[in-house]
Design a protein around this ligand. Structure first.
Ligand SMILES: [Zn+2]
Ligand SMILES: [Zn+2]
Length: 455
C-alpha cells in the first residue's frame, strides 16, 4: 500500500524548539512503522521559506529573505537528521521544484469557479511607500481592544480584516496608514461549506482537537480568503495583471506535500497519481495550531484545483508542550532549542521522552528533572536493565550463544499478544499507550528474571 506522511513545514525564520519536536516526532514513528510493514512510504516535509515573518527577520538582520530562509533550512535539516527523522524528502518552499509545481497547480485552479477577482482596501503606508501586509500593521483589536497585529488578535484569538483595526499604525515608521484599493484573487471557501461539513462528518475517528477546531472554524463563519498578496518575496502569481504580487503563503505551503511527494515518486519511478489516488492512505502530523490548514484549507485548494486529489485520511494533531509549566514562547526566549541539546543527549533518549511524555491528547510539560527521571528510571533502569540481564545471562551460562530450548507457553503467548496490540495502537496513533504496553512487558520480563534468580 502507498502511504503518504506529511509533517508540518516549520517557518524558516527562527530555530526549532522542543515544541516542534513533540508535535512532529509522531510522523517519524508512523513512517518507520509502515516501512517495517512493507508499505511504500512517502514521508515528506520541508522548510516554509516565504511570507512576512521571514522578510521581517531578514530586514532586522540586514540580509535577504533568501539568505535567512536558507540559513534556517540548513539548520533544520541538520537537526532533523541528527534526531533520526527518516524523511524521504525534506525540501523547502523556495526550491525550483516546489515553485514550478505551485505555478502549474494555481494556473489550473484559476480556471475553476472557486477562484474570483475582487477589489479590496489594502492598508498602505505613504511614508514607507508599502502595502502593510499581515503583521506589518499594528493597532487595537476591534473585538477585545487589546494590542493586535494585521488580521489577527493573539489575546482573544479572533481573525478579522486588517482594515478594521482600531488606531492602525505602520509597524516600521509608526505613521497612520491610508487605504488603497487593490485587485486580488479570492478563493470561495464559503461555496464549499457543505462539502467541508460532510468531509468532517466522514472522519469522526480523528483526534478530538482536530474535529473540535475544524467544526468551530466552520461554525464561526467561513469567509472567502485572498490567495494573493502585495509582497516582493514569494512565488509569482501565474496570471496577467498580477506581476507585482505573490501567492499568499497558505495557498502554497500546504501544497508542499504534493510537490515533495511528486519529487520522491519521480526519483523512485513510481506513480505520483496513484499515491494521490483511491488506494492509498495519507497522514498529516502537526501541532493543534495548524489544524485548520490541513482540515479546511488543504481540502479547499485540492477541490478548487480539481484533478481528483486524495483528501486527508488521518490528522495527527498534538496539543501543546509547555516548559517548566509555562507556555513556550520564541519572542520571550522561553524555549529549549533543538540545536543546543542535540549534541549533548542521545537522540533515542530524547525521542523516548517525547513519545512517552508528549502532548498526544492533552498538554504536556517538559522539565529537566522529568527528562532525567525518564532516562535513568525507565530507559536505563527498566529497558536497559532487561537487555543487559539477558545478555549477561547468555554470556555467563551459555558461552555467548542462545541455546535451543523449549519456549515457555505463557511467555510466548504474552509476546504474541503484545505484538498485535502494539500494532493496533500505533495504527490508531496512540503512541503513548503502545509504549506503555511495551514497558509493562519489560517490567514483566525483569520480574521473571528476578523470580527465577537469573541474570
Ligand atoms: Zn482581541
Ligand atoms: Zn511606514
Amino acid at each position: 500500500m502507498k502511504i503518504l506522511i506529511g509533517s508540518a513545514w516549520p517557518y524558516a525564520n527562527g530555530s526549532l524548539h522542543i515544541g516542534h519536536l513533540a508535535s512532529l516526532l509522531p510522523a517519524d514513528v508512523i513512517a518507520r512503522y509502515h516501512r517495517a510493514k512493507g508499505d511504500d512510504v512517502y514521508f515528506v516535509s520541508g522548510s516554509d521559506c516565504h511570507g512576512t515573518p521571514v522578510s521581517i527577520r531578514a530586514k532586522q538582520e540586514k540580509r535577504s529573505p533568501q539568505e535567512v530562509s536558507d540559513f534556517y533550512h540548513e539548520e533544520f535539516s541538520e537537526c532533523f537528521f541528527k534526531l533520526g527523522f527518516s524523511y524521504d524528502l525534506y525540501g523547502k518552499t523556495s526550491s525550483a521544484e516546489h515553485k514550478e509545481f505551485i505555478i502549474e497547480f494555481h494556473r489550473k485552479m484559476y480556471e475553476s469557479k472557486y477562484i474570483y477577482e475582487k477589489n479590496s482596501p489594502q492598508v498602505y503606508c505613504e511614508v514607507c511607500k508599502k502595502v502593510l501586509v499581515d503583521r506589518l500593521v499594528v493597532g487595537k483589536c476591534p473585538i477585545c481592544g487589546e494590542k493586535a497585529r494585521g488580521d489577527q488578535c493573539d489575546a482573544c484569538n479572533s481573525v478579522f480584516e486588517a482594515e478594521n483595526l482600531i488606531e492602525p499604525a505602520c509597524s516600521i515608521c509608526d505613521h497612520s496608514p491610508i487605504f488603497k484599493e487593490s485587485k486580488h484573487l479570492y478563493i470561495a471557501i464559503t461555496q464549499l461549506e457543505d462539502s467541508l461539513k460532510s468531509f468532517l462528518d466522514s472522519h469522526l475517528n480523528w483526534r478530538k482537537n482536530a474535529l473540535a477546531f475544524s467544526n468551530r472554524y466552520i461554525k464561526e463563519g467561513l469567509r472567502d480568503r485572498a490567495i494573493t498578496r502585495d509582497l516582493e518575496w514569494g512565488i509569482d502569481v501565474p496570471k496577467a495583471g498580477y506581476e507585482d504580487k505573490k501567492i499568499y503563503i497558505w495557498a502554497e505551503n500546504v501544497l508542499g506535500y504534493l510537490s515533495a511527494s511528486k519529487q520522491v515518486s519521480e526519483e523512485r519511478g513510481t506513480s505520483f497519481k496513484e499515491l494521490w489516488g483511491e488506494n492509498s492512505k495519507h497522514y498529516y502530523v502537526h501541532g493543534k495550531d495548524n489544524i485548520p490548514f490541513h482540515t479546511i484549507i488543504l481540502p479547499t485548494l485540492l477541490w478548487a484545483n480539481g484533478s481528483g486529489w486524495r483528501l486527508p485520511d488521518v490528522i495527527v494533531s498534538s496539543e501543546h508542550m509547555t516548559l517548566d509549566g509555562k507556555k513556550i514562547s520564541t519572542s520571550n526566549n522561553w524555549a529549549i532549542w533543538i540545536k543546543d541539546i542535540i549534541d549533548k543527549y542521545n537522540p533515542d533518549s530524547l525521542r523516548y521522552f517525547f513519545i512517552a511524555n508528549g502532548p498526544e491528547k492533552r498538554d504536556a510539560d517538559f522539565s529537566w528533572k522529568e527528562y532525567f527521571k525518564s532516562h535513568n528510571g525507565e530507559l536505563l533502569g527498566a529497558y536497559g536493565n532487561f537487555v543487559n540481564r539477558n545478555l549477561a545471562f547468555i554470556s555467563r551460562y551459555f558461552n555467548k550463544t542462545i541455546p535451543k530450548g523449549k519456549f515457555d507457553n505463557n511467555i510466548e503467548k504474552h509476546i504474541t499478544e503484545l505484538y498485535l496490540s502494539v500494532d493496533k495502537k500505533i495504527e490508531q496513533t496512540n503512541f503513548k499507550d503502545a509504549l506503555d504496553e511495551i514497558f509493562e512487558f519489560v517490567r514483566y520480563g525483569n520480574s521473571i528474571l528476578t523470580q527465577k534468580s537469573l541474570g
